[in-house]
Design a protein around this ligand. Structure first.
Ligand code: NAD
Length: 357
């Protein structure tokens, strides 16, 4: 086995349907006496439940204004509420945008975060934060922003619409897929990545059925959260490559929806890298039960109603050159060298919704 470095992060994970009811004990274990609840309006019922579980005297306030990409103005108004209420901890109830806001507040204040994710984005497992000022998102890493405790409760994902459940699962699989061919990949993250993809891919058919709460649907949502955990952990542990660069560009500069952009790009980014990362492709293919990783993921998306073209997401064909130019800026490790012509081909196919090759 070749030499490698693996960083073990200190986090407590509480997993299982119904475990959300332990919120008060988990908050107390982190020393929180008056937590600020961070969320979005879609989580109103869960916030209400959180207040009941914690007891009103242990809630410093509710800030439900988290939005995508963590704008600095939103951080400032949440911070003002946090200071005015003298909160001593942050409880994030929601998806990546909510966890992102809690991270920005933790970065400034050093307060601990207890995260209760409601999507599969995986931010709760990483020390990565991002803040957007004047339309420019700056990212960084700090141990201060890593949630100390994470409660994964499938019941919190019941309200996630079917379409977003499927694309969010693809978002998570993308972290794990790129972790398998990362320049600093190691046997431990690769183990988590393959298992994460397996759990997520197996859950997709039931996630696509939507609001069902029969035993199979509940099991699938638990499997997807387990996969999201493992995949998020790989995202926080090793470097990402072409796929994440393209999605960062499409989200940051063209405002494409996050999880949907990941879903469309993933098969094409993998096809681009396939020749230089055969072992990663074999592991992805095995995890999804297909002969070919890129084509298998493309079919998995198409068969479950997920978007397969950038055109569907509203990107104009005339923007493709600019996307290509931005993706080529600032070289970064990628299994296959970044070549403008080949990248343009990838983007053209992804835009048209053609199968990856
Ligand atoms: P999101 O948090 O923006 O949620 C998408 C939408 O779904 C929102 O309107 C939200 O209110 C709603 N929603 C969330 N959970 C729901 C539920 N259970 N039921 C009903 N509605 C629900 O999107 P996301 O995909 O979770 O996160 C994307 C953001 O997270 C991006 O900004 C991305 O950059 C960031 N992210 C950061 C990291 C990191 O490590 N820092 C990792 C992954 C993602």
């Amino acid at each position: 086995m070749k030499a490698f470095t693996y960083v073990q992060r200190a986090q407590r994970v509480v997993f299982g349907a119904g475990r959300y009811t332990t919120l008060a004990q988990e908050a107390a274990a982190l020393g929180m006496r008056r937590a600020l609840l961070v969320s979005t309006p879609s989580q109103a019922a869960r916030v209400e439940q959180a207040v009941a579980l914690l007891g009103a005297s242990h809630v410093a306030g509710v800030f439900d204004g988290a939005v995508m990409h963590v704008p600095v103005e939103v951080v400032a108004s949440a911070r003002a509420q946090l200071d005015a209420a003298a909160a001593d901890g942050l409880i994030a109830l929601g998806g990546g945008s909510t966890v992102g806001l809690a991270k920005a507040l933790a970065l400034q204040t050093g307060l601990p975060i207890l995260a209760v994710p409601s999507t599969y984005a995986g931010s709760e497992m990483t020390p990565v934060y991002g803040i957007t000022r004047d339309g420019v998102k700056t990212t960084g890493q700090s141990a201060r922003v890593l949630p100390r405790t994470v409660i994964y409760d499938a019941e919190l994902t019941y309200g996630l619409p079917a379409a977003l459940s499927v694309t969010s699962a693809f978002n998570a699989m993308a972290h794990a897929a790129e972790a398998l061919y990362a320049a600093d990949a190691n046997p431990v993250t690769s183990l988590m990545a393959e298992e994460g993809i397996r759990a997520l891919a197996s859950a997709i058919p039931a996630l696509a059925r939507g609001a069902a709460t029969d035993a199979a649907a509940v099991q699938a949502r638990s499997d997807a959260l387990y996969g999201a955990w493992l995949s998020g952990a790989t995202l926080g542990a090793v470097g990402m490559a072409l796929h994440h660069k393209l999605c960062h560009t499409l989200g940051g500069s063209f405002n494409l929806p996050h999880a949907e952009a990941h879903t469309v790009i993933l098969p094409h980014a993998l096809a681009y890298n396939a020749s230089e990362a055969p072992e990663a492709m074999a592991r992805i293919a095995r995890a999804i039960g297909a002969d070919d990783a890129p084509l298998g993921l493309y079919r998995l998306a198409r068969e479950h109603g997920a978007p397969t073209s950038l055109r569907q997401l509203g990107l104009s064909e005339s923007d493709l050159d600019r996307v290509c130019e931005l993706a080529l800026r600032n070289q970064y490790p990628n299994p296959r060298a970044l070549q403008a012509e080949a990248l343009r081909g990838l983007l053209r196919r992804a835009h048209a919704g053609e199968p990856p090759r």
